[in-house]
Structure formats: structure tokens, C-alpha cells
Design a protein around this ligand. Structure first.
Ligand SMILES: [Zn+2]
Ligand SMILES: [Zn+2]
Length: 106
């Protein structure tokens, strides 16, 4: 996937920064931090499908979390204990802006 710098149009290169992959323009130094969110979304898609939310969304607390899809920093939060009791509970977030839902792994 080729990403071009929005500032100068050069081809951006992937670079590791603090354990996350970011796209950096080798020409002007522009950093596209959206790329690290895409990486998170790919991890989510590797796993099982996110269960359909049957909770009342208005009853959910809103926490500070970055939406991997639109970058919004607020999301509804809830957690589900999976069937296997030895597994830790899974935390879910739903973006307050675009409705994208993702789960969090420790
Ligand atoms: Zn550039
Ligand atoms: Zn969103």
C-alpha cells in the first residue's frame, strides 16, 4: 500500500517509533500517525468477530480511546467475560463518532 506525503507528495516510508509503525516522509519529515491505527485494526480483524452489541449504548460509559477508523478520541466502553472462565475479560470500545467497534488486547 503506497502512501504519499500530503505535504510534498513524496512516497512515505514505514518507520518504527516507540514500538508502533508510523509513515514518515523521507523528504520533508511529515509523520502520518494514522498508519498506526490501521495496524491496530488489522490485528482486530485477525481475531474472532466482534459480538453484536446488545447493550443499551446510552448506558455505557464514555472513555478516552482513539478510534482506529476515524481517529476520534472518545468511545463507549464495555467488557465481556468469554465463555472460558480462565480467559480474561475482553474490553470493547465503540467510537462515539463513527460507530466503529473494536476490542482491546493486553
Ligand atoms: Zn513530505
Ligand atoms: Zn470513529
Amino acid at each position: 500500500m503506497a502512501i504519499f506525503c500530503p505535504k510534498c507528495g513524496s512516497l512515505m516510508v514505514a518507520k518504527r517509533e516507540a514500538g508502533k509503525v508510523v509513515m514518515v516522509c523521507p523528504r520533508c519529515g511529515y509523520v502520518d500517525r494514522k498508519e498506526e491505527k490501521i495496524e491496530i485494526r488489522e490485528k482486530v480483524e485477525d481475531k474472532k468477530e466482534i459480538p453484536v452489541i446488545d447493550q443499551d449504548i446510552n448506558a455505557m460509559p464514555i472513555v478516552s480511546a482513539i478510534c482506529p477508523k476515524c481517529g476520534n478520541d472518545k468511545a463507549y466502553f464495555w467488557s465481556i467475560q468469554t465463555r472460558a472462565s480462565d480467559e480474561p475479560e475482553t474490553r470493547f470500545y465503540k467510537c462515539t463518532k463513527c460507530g466503529f467497534t473494536w476490542r482491546e488486547y493486553e
